[in-house]
Design a binder for this molecule. Structure first.
Ligand code: AMP
Length: 441
């Protein structure tokens, strides 16, 4: 199939051509025709699958081809969990509204409320927003959505994780036109609240589930390396910085302090690095993201802010300095690399504190992960076996540089008896941490 087969408005086809896209992705092939015939839609898709165009194109087609249900109200509302993602979507949308009469506004938190009110007074046809700030405007009566024709939820699962269910319900109630179409995108549908939302928001939805979050992303090579404690993780990070062919790198950490310290460490290693954390103001965050995507920095060190939706095509490597608490988040983090057909490397450092998270990730991916050992930087820590964890950790690949192919120090195996032992050093590199270990058989 080529884009012409979708019978889109020539202005939209020109914009697609301008982007250099020859044919629709699988998600786009499934989703666009369904939306064009007026169906509600629920899509589960892996990151980087082309979901943004899967909703922007049919949305634009509807706005260009059919009469507005209301003269004043917004016609389409796109909700995204984070400011960064909302900005990303808005940037893509601007491409498609160029040379059309369609108008749009971006409404996200952290920016001036009064300025946004002025923007909304101009009655934009499309609003891209984060739920919290949008609700503020709805309650303030600076925006009206009774005549809304398209409600689009991007990364619905993430919005629910961030606690936006009440806002989404309120928006659903306010946008009550019977001809409203609702499109929902989520990385995972294995989420009780997503089910609830589907039932309350969507009417007889068309379902598209291509490449669920569980699948291995073939363009991303995943490596896991055992680490004993913080200092050991830093040594591993330095090794990776020195040996991997890094174009751009995102490092994910659990804490703001780590984000700042690791950015400094990368700078010492000759990389231009910036830390992105909630400690920065919105303006500063915007600047850092723009500069990173523009190539000014080679390394971005962040807590979870940059893990979703951002389209950063130069990112060759993602490092999980700490594993995320939720397994879905792991899939999103590594999805920052390997975008649009490029190859990516995802390297995760697994210390004692990361162990429970690793088990969740394995359960989510439905397979045991394999560990890489770097010569000279072997860890004493090699996992905590439990009676339910049958692991098959063997080394098949290695981080670039001097590495050895060998089994982890003590491969965790199926177990019979349990007794307590100590691992030296905690993840914070200070006090020894008492860990429960169960003897291998
Ligand atoms: P998304 O899943 O929307 O974040 O898109 C992931 C990446 O794929 C982005 O860089 C898009 O610009 C790109 N993309 C979207 N649609 C296509 C297409 N039909 N052909 C090639 N690349 C695409």
């Amino acid at each position: 199939m080529v884009f012409q087969d979708l019978r889109l408005d020539p202005r939209l086809l020109r914009s697609v051509q301008h982007l250099g896209f020859a044919k629709p992705t699988d998600i786009q092939q499934e989703a666009i025709p369904a939306v064009l015939v007026g169906r509600d839609l629920i899509v589960s898709s892996k990151t980087g699958s082309g979901k943004t165009l899967a909703y922007l194109l049919p949305m634009m087609q509807r706005l260009l081809k059919s009469r507005a249900l209301s003269k004043q109200d917004a016609r389409a509302l796109i909700l995204a969990p984070t400011r960064e993602l909302a900005k990303q979507v808005y940037a893509q949308l601007r491409l498609f509204i160029a040379n059309t009469p369609v108008t749009a506004a971006l409404i996200v938190g952290g920016e001036n409320f009064n300025d946004q009110e002025k923007l909304l007074k101009r009655q934009p046809n499309v609003i891209v927003a984060t739920p919290g700030r949008f609700i503020d405007h709805l309650e303030h009566k600076s925006v009206f959505i009774e005549g809304l024709e398209l409600l689009i939820l991007d990364e619905a699962d993430r919005m629910l994780d961030l606690g936006f269910m009440p806002q989404l319900n309120a928006i659903n109630k306010a946008a009550s036109h019977r001809l409203r179409q609702t499109l929902m995108f989520s990385a995972t549908l294995d989420h009780a609240e997503v089910d609830e939302l589907t039932l309350s928001l969507l009417k007889n939805p068309f379902r598209v589930a291509l490449g669920s979050g569980h699948e291995q992303h073939s363009d991303i090579r995943q490596q896991f390396i055992f680490a004993d404690h913080l200092t050991h993780k830093e040594a591993l990070l330095q090794h990776i910085l020195q040996h991997e062919p890094i174009k751009q790198l995102i490092i994910f950490t659990a804490t703001r302090d780590d984000a700042e310290r690791l950015a400094a460490l990368c700078n010492q290693q000759g990389y231009s690095a910036m830390g992105l954390s909630a400690r920065l103001t919105q303006g500063q965050r915007n600047t850092v993201m723009q500069q990173f995507s523009g190539g000014k920095y080679q390394v971005l060190v962040t807590t979870d802010l940059a893990s979703r939706g951002l389209d950063l095509l130069q990112v060759s490597h993602v490092i999980n300095f700490d594993l995320p608490k939720h397994a879905e988040e792991y899939v999103h983090r590594i999805g920052r690399t390997g975008r649009a057909g490029a190859k990516g490397e995802a390297i995760s450092l697994v210390g004692p504190k990361d162990w429970p998270a690793l088990q969740k990730i394995e359960a989510f991916l439905r397979q045991a992960v394999e560990f890489t050992v770097i010569a000279g930087l072997e860890a004493r820590f090699n996992g905590i076996s439990t009676p339910t964890t049958k692991r098959n950790a063997k080394v098949t690949s290695a981080a670039a540089g001097k590495t050895v192919k060998k089994a982890p120090n003590a491969k965790p195996k199926a177990v019979k008896t349990a007794k307590k032992t100590f691992f030296e050093g905690g993840d914070d590199g200070t006090a020894p941490v008492r860990r429960k270990k169960i003897d291998a058989v």
